[in-house]
Design a protein around this ligand. Structure first.
Ligand SMILES: [Zn+2]
Length: 464
């Protein structure tokens, strides 16, 4: 892998071992205005990043930039147009027809992914992932064969996997949740996300036929509209294997740019990262946010710090429940007159916009799958020698890591404000009073890629 390159728009400066991560406003150390901390005497000077647009020390990898360039809006449109041509992709629709229903849709997706695998010398492992699942929301509670379509790109470490998914089932749920015969085009929900994930499988297989440091799983879910059936099954299956889920991300409704009130936004996307504020999903959101700044400047990532939109759900959620880092990508402006209705048409999907979201996905997936695992067992205790003003952070070494970085933010800051490179060690004396901040550790690989951050104190999850 080529060396990482600094981000052109990022002013990066070293002060002892402290990296200054501001992108817009690089503030010198010893000021006292709001948002700036005064450096302590005798310590390396530190600066605080502007609160928006922090790349948190991430750097671009030319190999991943090449993947982004390969993503084609036209190919995404082609995949989505074929999905729509099957009339309905309701999870309970026809499975035998070659031209209509969810069976035809999944055979098409499998064939398309298998074709990409042939072109890369068999680098993708393509499979159907079936499960007989009771549809508990249906009055008759039928058992339905819910079939995900999966493409694995095995990495050098096959025990860790980054999941990027979309759901290929559709519905006209706003008319009748269980109408499995009428047309349900689902061009945006979620033909857009499914087609983006298919394109990601193509470009990663093309550019990384030997895989990355860890595995990537391109997952096309069924049963989403009936209660996240396919993703719930897959999350349980991956945990039982057991795989370590580096991240589980879903593209769901990523192609509309015009709201019903006429507002237009084709230049930003929302990412939804669940509570708690120092938990794995939120740390993943910070990671994806930084990837946007680093790889797709001009396309704004709008982080939303909650599991999902109000009263809505998605295929990242079953992973979040199992305490994996989960994230949802969704268009900035939804048009509710075209969701779960026969009006969710191909003509209203903006494929240049879908491609922009797919590029952000590619940067996040590529970086996460290139990084070593995050450090384990991260704890902090008050340092007695300093009278409790400092904290000793310790962690277990991560296989493949050649160094670690400490990231610190105020509890009110959405993302990290300082990054300190501490070398290849498993402890660090934090000069900040941990009572007042969040502190985290991440691994750095020989290739320059960073893991997700692990914060102290550990997140408090609600009981399962
Ligand atoms: Zn959806």
């Amino acid at each position: 892998m080529q060396a990482l390159e600094p981000v052109a728009t990022m002013q990066l400066s070293r002060s002892f071992t402290v990296l200054i991560i501001s992108i817009n406003t690089l503030v010198a150390g010893c000021q006292t205005t709001s948002g700036v901390r005064t450096a302590l005497e005798g310590e390396p000077s530190r600066s605080v990043a502007s609160l928006t647009g922090a790349s948190i020390g991430m750097q671009r990898d030319p190999a991943i930039t090449a993947v982004l360039r390969e993503i084609s809006a036209g190919r995404i449109r082609d995949t989505d147009s074929i999905l729509v041509s099957f009339g309905t992709r309701h999870t309970m629709s026809d499975t035998l027809s070659a031209t209509r229903g969810i069976g035809a849709a999944r055979r098409f997706l499998h064939a398309r992914l298998a074709g990409y695998s042939r072109e890369c010398g068999g680098c993708l492992r393509v499979e159907y992932d079936p499960a007989m699942i009771e549809v508990t929301r249906h009055p008759q509670r039928p058992m339905v064969n819910v079939v995900n379509v999966l493409a694995w790109l095995p990495g050098r470490d096959t025990s860790r996997v980054t999941v990027i998914g979309g759901h290929y089932d559709s519905c006209i749920c706003s008319v009748d949740r269980f109408d499995f015969t009428s047309d349900a085009p689902g061009a945006d929900d979620d033909g857009s996300g499914t087609a983006a994930v298919v394109e990601l499988a193509r470009v990663f297989s093309l550019r990384f036929p030997r895989g990355l440091e860890s595995s990537v799983l391109f997952a096309l879910y069924s049963g989403e509209e009936l209660g996240l059936l396919g993703s719930t099954h897959l999350a349980a299956r991956l945990h039982a294997a057991p795989f370590r889920i580096t991240a589980a991300m879903t593209d769901d409704i990523i192609g509309n740019v015009v709201a019903d009130d006429g507002r237009v936004d084709s230049m930003s996307v929302r990412i939804f990262g669940a509570d708690p504020d120092n938990g794995p999903s939120r740390e993943l959101a910070r990671y994806a946010w930084a990837m946007g700044i680093t790889y797709t400047p001009g396309f704004t990532v709008f982080p939303v710090f909650r599991l999902d939109r109000v009263g809505r759900g998605g295929d990242h959620s079953p992973f979040v429940t199992l305490r994996d880092p989960g994230l949802r990508f969704t268009e900035r402006l939804e048009n509710y007159k075209r969701q779960h209705l026969p009006t969710d048409r191909l003509a209203d999907v903006n494929f240049e916009y879908v491609a922009k979201v797919a590029r952000l996905n590619a940067a996040t997936v590529g970086a996460m799958a290139s990084a070593p695992p995050p450090p384990d067992s991260v704890v902090a205790r008050r340092d007695q020698a300093s009278g409790g003003q400092k904290w000793m952070m310790t962690w277990k070494a991560a296989p493949g890591a050649t160094g670690y970085e400490i990231l610190v933010r105020r509890t009110t800051s959405p993302t990290y404000e300082t990054v300190t490179s501490v070398g290849n060690v498993t402890s660090y004396l934090l000069s900040d009073q941990l009572d007042d901040v969040w502190a985290a550790v991440r691994s750095v690989g020989a290739n320059g890629h960073r893991s997700i951050t692990v914060a102290v104190p550990p997140p408090a999850f609600p009981p399962r």
